[in-house]
Design a protein around this ligand. Structure first.
Ligand SMILES: [Ca+2]
Ligand SMILES: [Ca+2]
Length: 410
């Protein structure tokens, strides 16, 4: 062999040796690791063995407990049997006692029935029991009554509220009665006082009243031709004479005027206005009663189409009422049945004088020496009411009468 082959084999040998050494190292390290794992597993096994040992001890303890409990169960079962026996025994004893009681009750009933009608003590006792039961019932009733009162006392508000509600109903009822009473009095007062200086004298002129229209028809036969003023004045004169002849003059008596409220005093007057139909029925009346009747009759006769008024004159001492018929061209006819006066000539025919002349004629007839303060205070009819404060005011107003007036012709 040559040197080169030796060198090569040597190198190969070295390389193989080195590889072997490396592999050996690796397995040595692996061995160390496995030994460490073995140690760790040994430690776990050791701990597990300890736990197993502990569990074995515990199982022993439980076995002891089970044994102990088993003996207790045996004892309790014995006790239960004993108690059941006792209960059964008691049931039997109870049945026996009930039987004895039943027997005793039968004996008692027999004894009671034997003695009930014969033993005075038992009868007396029974009577006492009845009385006592009655007393108990009475006491029960008293107790219930007292309990009810107690409840009322415990709820005073409820009781007071009920009382207040009851009183309020009473107050409302009384108020309603009072209002009705006052309303009725107001109507009564208006009706009564209509007769005394009425605030609305228009209401006293009643041309539509059946009694008035029947009377007017019987006296005049009606206004058969309303363009015939001769018929008109003839019929008016007949109406005037009917009143003058058939209504007796009679001064008013003393009459009471109702106050505003029923609590004030009455006022008395001798000036009482009658309604036309009342004057017809009474056949009596003073100046305003006769004037109101005649005015109503003439208004009825003309079917309310021509002017006719009551004319109310006054001075410082007295008043008087007649009837006026305004006539065309500022003429005037006055009809005053209470004083037997009407606008006439010496033959008794109706005449048409100027208003101022006729008013003065009438004033002079009323009072022979006319006082300076006499004037027309009001005129009124069913269709109007006018009030004046002087004669000039009345004359001026009459110039512009503004209502259909009768023509001055026959
Ligand atoms: Ca006629
Ligand atoms: Ca009168």
């Amino acid at each position: 062999m040559n040197k080169k082959k030796v060198l090569g084999l040597s190198i190969l040998l070295i390389i193989g040796l080195a590889g072997f050494i490396g592999t050996l190292g690796y397995y040595q390290a692996l061995l160390v690791s496995k030994e460490s794992q073995m140690l760790s597993l040994s430690s776990i096994i050791e701990q597990s063995n300890i736990q197993i040992s502990n569990l074995a001890d515990l199982v022993d303890e439980k076995d002891d407990g089970i044994n102990s409990l088993s003996s207790e169960v045996i004892c309790l079962t014995e006790d239960k049997d004993d108690l059941s026996s006792q209960i059964l025994n008691l049931h039997n004893q109870k049945k026996d006692l009930e039987s004895q009681i039943s027997t005793l009750n039968s004996h008692i009933q027999i004894i009671q029935s034997d003695n009930s009608n014969t033993d005075p003590d038992i009868i007396a006792l029974q009577n006492q029991i009845v009385e006592l039961n009655q007393i108990i019932e009475t006491r029960d009733l008293q107790i219930r009554t007292l309990l009810t009162k107690k409840e009322d006392l415990e709820n005073p508000n409820a009781t007071l509220t009920t009382q207040i509600e009851y009183l309020q109903i009473q107050v409302e009822s009384i108020q309603a009665n009072y209002d009705f009473f006052m309303d009725s009095y107001k109507l009564l007062r208006e009706e009564v006082n209509q007769r005394f200086d009425p605030t609305d004298p228009k209401l006293t002129i009643t041309p539509n009243n059946n009694e008035i229209s029947d009377l007017v028809q019987s006296i005049t036969g009606g206004w058969s031709n309303t363009s015939d003023f001769n018929e008109f004045w003839t019929d008016v004169k007949n109406l005037y004479f009917w009143v003058e002849s058939n209504i007796e003059y009679r001064s008013d008596g003393l009459s009471p005027i109702l106050p505003v409220t029923p609590y004030n005093n009455l006022i008395y007057t001798t000036d009482m206005w009658q309604f036309p139909e009342e004057t017809i029925d009474l056949e009596k009346g003073d100046c305003e009663d006769q004037g109101i009747l005649l005015c109503s009759m003439i208004r009825c006769y003309t079917n309310q189409e021509y002017a006719t008024d009551c004319i109310w004159i006054t001075d410082s001492e007295s008043t008087h009422i007649g009837v006026q018929i305004p006539v065309s061209e500022n003429k005037l006819v006055i009809l005053d049945p209470a004083r037997n006066y009407y606008s006439k000539d010496f033959l008794g025919n109706i005449v048409f004088n100027d208003i101022t002349v006729e008013i003065n004629n009438w004033f002079n007839d009323w009072k022979a020496s006319t006082s300076s303060d006499v004037y027309v205070k009001k005129i009124f009819s069913d269709y109007r009411l006018e009030t004046f404060s002087s004669m000039n005011e009345y004359f001026t107003w009459m110039q512009n009468y503004g209502f259909s007036v009768i023509v001055n012709q026959y």
